[in-house]
Design a protein around this ligand. Structure first.
Ligand code: HEC
Ligand code: HEC
Ligand code: HEC
Ligand code: HEC
Ligand code: HEC
Ligand code: HEC
Ligand code: HEC
Ligand code: HEC
Ligand code: HEC
Ligand code: HEC
Length: 310
């Protein structure tokens, strides 16, 4: 089956679902466009017929700086129906008289239909879990990707985080807290990106993590925290988030709270029952508090480290 037939088929299948969710005016445009797909009146001259009118738009022309405008790649839209591979058949379009598919949050067709255009070429292992990702419901491919450009900002590690935090304000705020992963573009930082931990195209894990669990995601880089150790600290094995806020925290080491409060949230009866935690400046409250003695908080390999003290 040609990719165009596949596209048409998925577009038609989607029209059934799209019709339910969309307001009447938008629905009219979408059904008009679906009808154009069905009629399949593609222009004879491909891009040339579009560029007669659109070549003054620098944004349009920037397509040819990127892979989708590459005339040499036999899989590129340019080797197929060119502009119309994505924007649909021209039909009688000469301006406002008849719509073409437009993309993005203000696009004139549903996100599902927009994405089906992209997936007609990009439905591969990398995007296997796309439909499990909240981005397939609440954003779209074009929510992150720019097409008419030679360098798509989300594909560049120096600008990816800015694209993500444009929508994810909470994570952006976390990045400016006292301790955080080196994700920002502040001087000396920026060596990591959100997609080191998250698969932007979805995964089978919660929050689209790159690995099967939170801890496995952390072990990719913090291999020293992976067991087995002789003396485990149970919450470390269970979930790093018992003590750490992964996107950033006002406390050192991205801790959810400071010791001793952090420790006492689980160790109500911490074995030092006679201690009063007031304003005394003892080893219990001063410096690293509980960690003054129980310094091997992630577990110990010392023969007598059962209390995580060495
Ligand atoms: C005779 C001139 C003409 C030709 C030929 C033409 N267009 Fe257009 N097109 C326009 C004009 C004018 C507009 C702007 C209409 C408006 O302001 O809403 C437009 C709008 C568009 C838009 C929507 C832009 C937006 O952001 O709203 C797309 C997409 C588009 N054209 C794609 C194409 C493609 C693809 C082709 C070739 C198959 C093509 N056009 C051929 C004149 C033309
Ligand atoms: C791979 C899919 C794809 C191809 C091929 C493609 N476009 Fe686009 N086009 C898009 C997307 C997506 C957008 C929305 C803006 C963006 O993401 O860059 C867009 C935006 C536009 C716009 C609105 C631009 C603006 O100024 O806001 C026009 C007009 C347009 N395309 C025309 C064309 C023409 C003409 C061609 C062929 C030379 C073409 N497109 C080829 C996907 C495509
Ligand atoms: C006709 C097939 C086709 C369609 C439709 C298509 N692409 Fe592509 N896309 C390609 C090809 C070919 C490449 C180059 C990949 C390669 O050669 O390995 C590519 C590459 C990409 C890349 C990587 C770019 C880079 O610079 O490395 C992104 C991101 C992408 N496409 C997103 C999209 C999105 C989003 C859409 C829908 C708006 C879309 N594509 C529609 C064929 C297509
Ligand atoms: C949440 C933002 C986001 C969304 C939504 C998104 N992408 Fe991506 N995409 C990225 C990032 C970041 C990369 C580079 C890192 C990576 O590959 O994991 C990328 C890489 C790519 C690439 C090149 C490498 C590869 O995976 O083959 C293609 C092609 C691509 N995306 C297509 C798509 C398509 C098609 C959609 C919609 C079905 C989509 N993307 C939706 C962020 C996104
Ligand atoms: C166009 C806006 C937009 C952009 C850009 C965007 N997101 Fe999202 N993202 C959303 C929305 C909307 C949701 C669903 C509601 C929510 O959790 O806020 C979401 C959900 C998520 C989730 C949790 C849900 C899941 O299981 O998939 C993660 C993780 C995420 N985004 C990461 C990223 C990353 C990483 C990037 C950049 C590569 C990114 N987002 C770019 C809008 C966006
Ligand atoms: C060090 C790994 C890591 C990095 C880097 C990271 N995240 Fe996360 N993220 C996680 C983990 C683990 C979760 C799931 C647990 C949670 O909610 O704390 C998560 C959850 C999320 C969620 C879902 C939140 C919710 O409340 O359900 C969003 C959205 C998100 N991350 C966005 C981002 C964005 C945007 C970036 C880049 C600025 C980013 N993350 C960087 C590990 C990471
Ligand atoms: C892609 C690699 C990578 C992944 C994945 C990763 N980290 Fe990190 N982590 C780093 C880097 C780099 C630093 C900064 C190290 C430095 O500054 O010396 C860091 C620092 C930390 C710190 C110390 C922060 C401070 O301010 O002292 C904690 C705590 C941490 N990570 C926890 C986690 C947790 C929990 C996860 C899993 C959700 C995780 N990391 C996943 C790379 C990663
Ligand atoms: C019981 C609470 C707790 C749990 C659970 C926990 N940590 Fe920590 N973590 C701490 C404390 C307290 C510190 C700061 C004291 C220190 O440096 O040892 C810290 C510091 C760190 C640091 C920076 C200093 C260093 O040792 O490299 C990293 C990285 C880190 N943790 C990663 C992780 C990872 C990955 C996990 C999950 C496998 C995890 N933590 C689980 C309490 C915890
Ligand atoms: C999320 C809950 C949680 C947090 C937070 C936590 N612990 Fe634990 N801790 C445990 C559990 C569960 C065990 C295993 C207890 C057992 O086996 O009886 C344990 C065991 C220990 C042990 C070994 C004692 C024994 O009986 O084996 C020490 C010492 C310890 N924790 C100290 C700390 C310190 C210091 C902190 C703060 C930095 C801390 N813990 C934070 C849950 C927690
Ligand atoms: C001055 C060193 C020191 C400090 C500070 C300290 N501990 Fe201990 N902790 C010990 C020693 C020694 C033991 C074993 C002897 C005992 O039971 O008193 C122990 C035992 C424990 C045990 C195991 C108790 C049991 O019943 O097996 C836990 C849990 C514990 N400490 C948690 C904490 C917490 C939480 C803090 C901070 C509020 C803390 N410790 C501060 C030295 C310390």
């Amino acid at each position: 089956m040609s990719s165009m037939n596949r596209l048409l088929k998925s577009a038609l299948a989607l029209s059934l679902t799209a019709a339910v969710a969309y307001p009447v005016a938008a629905q009219d445009i979408e059904s008009q466009i679906l009808q154009k797909f069905q009629q399949g009146a593609y222009s004879k001259k491909g891009a040339d017929s579009c560029l007669m009118c659109h070549q003054k738009d620098a944004k349009v022309m920037a397509l040819f700086d990127g892979v989708h405008g590459n005339l040499e790649n036999s899989n590129s839209p340019m080797a197929k129906l060119q502009c119309e591979t994505c924007h649909g058949p021209q039909g009688k379009h000469k301006g406002k008289n008849e719509p073409m598919v437009t993309f993005g949050a203000n696009g004139n067709v549903s996100a599902e239909l927009q994405d089906s255009v992209c997936l007609s070429c990009h439905q591969d292992a990398e995007r296997m879990a796309w439909h499990d990702s909240l981005h397939s419901d609440d954003a779209s491919c074009v929510g992150c990707h720019d097409i008419h450009t030679g360098s798509d900002p989300v594909l560049n590690r120096a600008s990816e985080v800015a694209v993500c935090t444009d929508c994810h304000q909470q994570q952006q705020q976390d990045l400016y807290k006292r301790s955080h992963h080196p994700l920002t573009t502040q001087a000396g930082e920026g060596s990591m990106v959100c997609s080191d931990c998250h698969n932007p195209h979805g995964s089978l894990s919660d929050a689209s993590l790159t690995e099967v669990s939170v801890n496995d995601t952390c072990y990719q880089c913090h291999a020293d925290k992976r067991g087995p150790v002789l003396w485990e600290h149970q919450p470390v094995v269970d979930d790093c988030r018992s003590c750490h806020n992964v996107h950033g925290s006002v406390n050192d080491a991205m801790l959810t709270r400071k010791a001793p409060m952090l420790c006492q949230s689980c160790h109500a009866n911490d074995g030092h029952a006679s201690r009063a935690y007031g304003d005394d400046d003892s080893a219990f409250t001063g410096g690293d508090s509980c960690l003054n003695c129980h310094s091997q908080i992630h577990g110990s390999n010392h023969p007598s480290g059962q209390l995580l003290q060495r």
